[in-house]
Design a protein around this ligand. Structure first.
Ligand SMILES: *Cc1c(COP(=O)(O)O)cnc(C)c1O
Length: 396
């Protein structure tokens, strides 16, 4: 890839051009989808050099593929990282990080509000390998810090969290993790590189479900991890063997989606802020969770560490789950789905989506009211979104 510097180049330009400065085959101006499993060599010496990494090129698409490489390079540059590697899904990225870097007897410190699939890895899978995971109360930064100082080999953070948009103090917790020599991983899916750059705050690895805002069009699954070259190499070597590789067709869709990342996120940040303010003043709404609101408990920290407050918010209705049952079908311009980060507005109750396996009591323990609705605000015109939510709320 190009050796030109990306210093002082803005994210909007990076999302369009990064990874694409090189000429593609036959002068194609757009990234070709290379659906080839292998790459053939007439020259055995060249083949050997590529296979042993002495020369650029590809051998077998479980390992590397030209389309996938462009996606990784775009993400690497957007996250200002030394290296990046990609996966079939966000969960593949997360589990590959954990299983490639951890060993029996080690200790992970994290929080209770991590993404549902990540929690399952923490609760059901890592312990089978004698890896101890402590999941702290997400809102209690003192308690998280105290756990880190006991012993910590890997610190796994996620902010803002799902679904109540809690904010972790990245600078403080990363500093604590560093003191203990831990590898520090941040799931940046909700924020995106436009709103938050954990690597610049000292994290070692940043991971995304590219399925969400990165792709942005709800038509491709993917995952990516960016960070230091040595850690990425270890993770890549594990993925190369377990085979959780990103497919070239999905990589193309993610590249295409990434080109508009900056304008999508800018609009979604604005729309979410306006919708949050509208909901805050609506008499059918009980509570609004959005770190952009000055009244939100995470606001001050979010203001320090984020450039925008993201397109995600959640809110609870007065009247319990019955109110949700009445409200959701009335929304015209939103998918009712277990997904987020697309150009369309997407709504869903954690009770039937992200936290469906939990009991009502477990949800309440996590601070998730039964009448909570998670909302991924799309790029529609904000006056239409607000009018739509208003009519649906008034019909409860
Ligand atoms: C969706 C999601 C994941 C998992 O990503 P998949 O692509 O669905 O495997 C991980 N972390 C967060 C925060 C997510 O929203």
């Amino acid at each position: 890839m190009s050796n030109k510097s990306w210093d002082n180049i803005s994210s909007a330009t990076k999302s369009v051009w990064a990874g694409e400065e090189e000429n593609f085959v036959e002068g194609a101006a757009q990234v070709p989808i290379v659906n080839s499993v292998s790459y053939s060599y007439d020259d055995l010496d060249e083949w050997f050099d590529v296979a042993t990494g002495k020369r650029k090129g590809h051998i077998y698409s479980r390992n590397t593929n030209p389309t996938v490489t462009v996606f990784e390079e775009k993400m690497r540059i957007l996250e200002d990282a030394e290296a990046a590697t990609s996966f079939a899904t966000g969960m593949a990225a997360i589990s590959n990080i954990l299983f490639s870097l951890l060993s029996p007897g080690q200790r992970v410190v994290s929080v209770k509000d991590t993404y549902g699939g990540t929690s399952v890895v923490f609760l059901d899978h890592l312990p089978r390998f004698n890896i101890n995971v402590t999941m702290c109360e997400t809102h209690d930064q003192d308690a998280i810090e105290a756990e880190i100082f006991k012993e910590c080999d890997l610190l796994y953070l996620e902010t803002p969290t799902n679904p109540t948009m809690k904010i972790l103090d990245l600078k403080r917790l990363i500093a604590a993790g560093k003191k203990m020599g831990a590898i520090i991983v941040v799931d940046n899916t909700f924020a995106t590189p436009i709103n938050q750059n954990p690597l610049t705050l000292g994290a070692d690895l940043v991971v995304h479900s590219a399925t969400k805002f990165i792709g942005g069009h709800s038509d491709a699954l993917g995952g990516v991890v960016c960070g230091s070259a040595d850690l990425i190499q270890k993770i890549y070597e594990f993925r190369e063997i377990n085979g959780a590789t990103l497919d070239a067709n999905s990589a193309y869709l993610l590249i295409r989606g990434l080109k508009t990342l900056d304008i999508r996120i800018e609009k979604q940040n604005k729309n979410a802020m306006a919708l949050a303010k509208f909901l805050l003043n609506h008499d059918k709404v009980e509570q609004v969770f959005y770190p952009g609101l000055e009244s939100d408990i995470g606001h001050e920290i979010a203001k320090r560490q984020m450039k925008g407050f993201s397109g995600m918010l959640s809110f609870s209705l007065k009247g319990g789950f019955d109110a949700v049952r009445n409200f959701l079908p009335q929304i015209r311009f939103a998918h009712r789905a277990a997904h987020l980060g697309g150009v369309e507005t997407i709504v869903g109750p954690p009770r039937t989506t992200s936290h469906v396996e939990l009991s009502e009591k477990q949800r309440l323990d996590l601070g998730i009211p039964e009448s909570l609705i998670r909302c991924s605000v799309g790029i529609e015109a904000i006056q239409d979104i607000i009018a739509d939510f208003d009519q649906a709320l008034n019909s409860i």
